[in-house]
Design a protein around this ligand. Sequence first.
Ligand code: MN
Length: 332
Amino acid sequence: MDRVIAVEEHIATEAFLRTAHRLEVVPGDRAEIDLMRTVEGSDPLRAQLLDLDARIGVMDAIGQDLAVLSLNPPGVQPYPPEDAVPLAREFNDVLAGIVRRHPGRFAGLGTLAPQDPAAAAEEIRRVMGPLGLNGVMINSHTGGRYLDEPKFAPILEAAEDNGAPIYLHPRIPAMRGGYLDYGLSGAIWGYQAEAGLHAMRLVLGGTLDRYPRLTVVLGHLGEGIPFWLRRIDNRHAFARQVAGAATPMPKLELAPSEYFRRNFVLTTSGIDDPDVLGLALRAVGEDNIMFAIDTPYEDPAAAAAFLREAPLTEKQRAAIAHRTAERVFALR
Ligand code: MN
């Protein structure tokens, strides 16, 4: 492999943690934030989020050239807009500085406060313009609301107009009912259920007919959707034929799987499984798959070994290792 780029690599800054950990949290997000404040407050994860020299040491050790950095989830989304908007701006300024000081090693995805859609749209223009970053990350729902809802239109418009890919990162589900027990709400199940639901809302709600040039990045090799894709097309066609269906589906220009191929790019974060990679390859092809580690939550050496050893052609491996990311995030 002549270049390795990993695209879901989380960081934090001392200043961000100091401010964010003192803020009031919106109703419904308390349990998630208590957990994330514990994660961000204790080593080794705290040190791994903050220490970028150590990060470069790990990258060198595993043969990784570049990391596309993003703020640790769920970012600024659990905070009231008057706190979240300036906090996102400050973090993005710092992130742009980090990227400028480490050419060739770091790129970055800006963080957004979707709770103020106009400010978030303005921040997309700043992230893609003067800050010179490579896209944005949105941590699924904001206060239980999803990007297909009309109030978020300014964000999707700005993302499309400014060529900003949206990395739709998971968080604990908004509707917590059955997720509350046995730790199900976290990364073991709730994360992928939540992000998969969000992606399916964008598809079935007709959002991608309104924003056909939008690029949505999904981690975990597509948050389960490649597994269900044939059934999704089949049941969508079936439901469209049934008059007066209980939950009517909007008429779409394309089949669901066609949006999945056109508008979505998947990353390998947290899934070192050749069978799932095979499913993802059949669903979207190697030109829509990127390597990701999910630092600091996964083992970088294991992820790099999977990329090296997975049953791929060299063309597929090069696409997943760097070519797709170079195209999607406009990396040089
Ligand atoms: Mn992650």
